[in-house]
Design a protein around this ligand. Structure first.
Ligand code: ADE
Length: 250
């Protein structure tokens, strides 16, 4: 097993370190660290405040409601924890690029190539633009809605990345046929069933009890494609032969 210093490290800079640690220590994310596939380091941005009151935010120049996170604590914190100047520094913000499985794999590759990935959790109304300019290399959003802070998004990004690292998911948790994977042609996964075989009058599709693995996989692929077509038509590639236009405009 690699020594702790050799493992890829995800560093999370936050005003709420306990919130981050509680999640990173739990379930598959916690197991990944215990197994030595990844390491987490959580840093309190407040430790890098430059005044004795440990101030990390202030009102906006020019006025307006809401507090702004100051640049110095963020910049000093990133520079203190970063071991490699090539490390990706992500700011979680609703203004960032929307997280999807492609971006997740890019971030995982950056983590594994450089050995570290830094996530800065924004808070209050936003962060001083100069902190972005000085240290942030990527901005990531987890959806078109606004949360109270960047901690949950940073945890979402970390979870999405770590579960795609080699060996983190055990065979029975395999990510190969999840939604958005190549196996599902970038679309949604199919429906799944487990025991009991009947519940409140509802059974299980007979094919799944047939023991015919090739036919079961065919059925699953067809169900997944149908679900994708109905629920997420935006994920279905337009038919290159057709005109791809349902509008009856002549
Ligand atoms: N911070 C607040 N809302 C967010 C979002 N939707 N994505 C990323 N960071 C955020």
């Amino acid at each position: 097993m690699s020594s702790p210093a050799d493992r890829p490290v995800v560093r999370i800079l936050t005003l709420f370190p306990d919130m981050i640690r509680a999640v990173l220590g739990t379930s598959i994310l916690g197991r990944a660290e215990k197994q030595g596939q990844v390491r987490y380091e959580v840093t309190d941005i407040r430790d890098f405040a430059v005044d004795k009151h440990r101030t990390v935010d202030d009102t906006a120049y020019g006025g307006g409601a809401g507090m702004i996170m100051m640049a110095p604590p963020i910049v000093e914190a990133v520079e203190a924890v970063r071991k490699n100047d090539e490390a990706t520094v992500i700011l979680t913000t609703p203004q960032g690029r929307l997280l999807d499985e492609d971006l997740t794999l890019d971030l995982r590759n950056e983590l594994e190539t450089v050995g570290e990935l830094i996530l800065v959790c924004g808070h209050y109304k936003g962060i001083d633009e100069r902190a972005r300019e000085l240290v942030v290399t990527r901005e990531v959003s987890i959806g078109d809605y606004v949360l109270t802070g960047g901690e949950l998004p940073a945890l979402v990004v970390t979870d999405a990345i770590v579960r795609r690292m080699e060996g983190v998911l055990h065979n029975d948790e395999s990510a190969n046929n999840d939604s958005f994977t190549d196996r599902r042609e970038g679309g949604l996964d199919c429906q799944w069933y487990t025991k009991p075989p009947e519940y409140r009058g509802l059974g299980v599709p007979a094919i799944l009890l047939s023991g015919h693995h090739a036919k079961i996989e065919q059925w699953r692929a067809a169900q997944a494609a149908e679900r994708t077509r109905i629920r997420r038509p935006d994920l279905v590639a337009p038919d290159p032969g057709g005109n791809g236009n349902d509008d009856a405009d002549g």
